[in-house]
Design a protein around this ligand. Structure first.
Ligand SMILES: O=P(O)(O)OC[C@H]1O[C@H](OP(=O)(O)OP(=O)(O)O)[C@H](O)[C@@H]1O
Ligand code: HPA
Ligand SMILES: [Mg+2]
Length: 167
């Protein structure tokens, strides 16, 4: 395991904050689908997109939810993104009316690969970094490129020393 992070800053997101931000994303998307404002399906990019996608689908009452699995990182080191599981392509077609949801965009390489398979889909992430921002149609919060976002599923509550130390 690495002792030091390769990023200068850490942005730690609680479950509560993620819930609020994913809800805000859903409300922003509400009424903007191509079918009288409606979206026909949500496609979550696994695994990080699954929790936000569930919240978006719940808020917008979308029952058709599928997944696309892209593996691009080993811990914090990026490798070539690969699609290792596709959604039902008969359902998603060229992506029209489909909301693709992920937790964040960083370099944008994951979304580049996903967009190539569903070019007309609307891509939404909860968080965005500047390098990948142009790959996203909607997002809620931007952080700087040198920030690593820590998601609640990667963290645990633990004891910390008081600021002035202990006797
Ligand atoms: O914009 P990029 O630089 O491509 O990075 C963003 C992607 O990286 C992370 O997923 P990861 O591939 O680590 O898999 P996970 O969702 O299963 O954690 C994150 O959840 C995004 O999907
Ligand atoms: O900042 C990040 N946090 C978690 N996963 C990630 N995958 C790419 N960038 C990040
Ligand atoms: Mg991911």
């Amino acid at each position: 395991m690495q002792d030091r992070l390769p990023h200068e800053k850490g942005f730690h997101v609680s479950w509560d904050q993620l819930h609020r931000d994913a809800r805000a994303l859903a409300w922003r998307l509400d009424g903007h689908g191509p079918d009288n404002g409606n979206w026909k399906a949500v496609v979550a990019i696994t695994r990080g997109g699954m929790a936000p996608a569930m919240i978006v689908a719940r808020e917008l009452d979308i029952r058709t939810v599928d997944t696309i699995s892209v593996k691009s990182y080993n811990h914090q080191t990026q490798a070539d993104p690969k699609v290792i599981k596709f959604p039902d392509m008969a359902l998603v077609g060229d992506g029209t009316g489909v909301l693709i949801v992920d937790d964040l965009v960083d370099t944008g390489r994951t979304l580049e690969v996903v967009r190539a398979h569903m070019p007309k889909a609307h891509v939404a992430t909860v968080y965005a970094k500047p390098q990948g921002r142009n790959q996203v149609d909607s997002f809620i919060t931007e952080v700087s490129q040198d920030t690593w976002i820590f998601f609640p599923w990667d963290m645990a509550l633990q004891y910390v020393q008081p600021y002035r130390g202990v006797d």
